[in-house]
Design a protein around this ligand. Structure first.
Ligand SMILES: O=C(O)CCC(=O)C(=O)O
Ligand SMILES: [Fe+2]
Length: 254
């Protein structure tokens, strides 16, 4: 599917902000939104958009700034990635992201997706969409491209488990970009489509919620609960997120 840009009602965004504020724990990028009414509403919107019943899986809240994005955008893939692998959600389960900026300042921020419908040949060559995918860009990993005798390509994609690989020029890929989103925008896309968040200046508070197309077993939920990871910023981030989300709410209400 192509990423679908959906405009959320401001009342739903306000509810999402309230839910986020009540569940937010700055010690973790995971946020538990399971039993919130706004999530059910959002799930129904996403389900209509993808044409399948969907079930809440998990959510992340993070702050995109120049510094927090440094590590992702300086790796070999320049930030391009797929989110999950079969082992995460269980075999045969498809997972969709709803990408929802809850506060945005700064001009160059957003999301780019390489959707499979528009890049049929690429994905056909890469085989099983749910297996981990290595992505190397000429800009960040010229030596890898050289070793693979693909120096003139812009990207090399490798499914390491199967050895399937593709070298591609940027101009041959169809990239859908959501640039300078505003609060209220939501992008819905397949999590195993290659994508990348980008960010230059200012702050973007980003809520990403994942829905699966079949209910997950309690075992896979439990594994996820154990994987709580520390966010980079802790208490200061907590204060910042709360203040900025309050500003977003005021702006929605005015
Ligand atoms: O918003 C970003 O910068 C990255 C988002 C992303 O990769 C995701 O939601 O899966
Ligand atoms: Fe992602």
């Amino acid at each position: 599917m192509k990423p679908i840009l959906h405009k959320l009602d401001s009342s739903l965004v306000e509810k999402l902000i309230d839910d986020t504020l009540s569940s937010y724990d700055p010690q973790s990028t995971n946020i538990e939104l399971m039993d919130h009414a706004a999530i059910d509403e959002l799930r129904d919107i996403a389900a209509r958009a993808v044409g399948r019943p969907l079930y809440y899986w998990k959510a992340f809240l993070f702050v995109a700034t120049e510094t927090t994005m440094e590590t992702v955008s300086s790796d070999a893939s320049d930030g391009w990635h797929i989110d999950g692998s079969t082992t995460d959600a269980g075999h045969g389960v498809d997972c969709f992201n709803t990408w929802i900026p809850l506060y945005v300042s700064g001009a160059s921020t957003g999301l780019a997706v390489i959707p499979r419908e528009k890049n049929v040949e690429l994905y056909a060559c890469l085989g099983d969409a749910r297996l981990p995918l290595g992505i190397y860009t000429r800009e960040r990993a010229p030596e890898v491209l050289q070793q693979l005798q693909a120096d003139s390509a812009d990207f090399v994609f490798i499914r390491h488990a199967t050895g399937d690989s593709v070298a591609a020029l940027r101009g041959d890929l169809y990239v859908e970009t959501i640039d300078a989103p505003v609060v209220g925008d939501a992008a819905i896309f397949y999590q195993n489509d290659i994508h990348r968040g980008f960010h230059e200046d200012g702050v973007r508070i980003q809520l990403s919620i994942k829905f699966t197309d079949s209910p997950l077993t309690s075992a896979s939920r439990a594994t996820h609960a154990k994987l709580k990871e520390l966010s980079k910023h802790g208490r200061l981030e907590g204060v910042l997120v709360r203040e900025l989300l309050k500003i977003s709410k005021q702006m929605l209400g005015s």
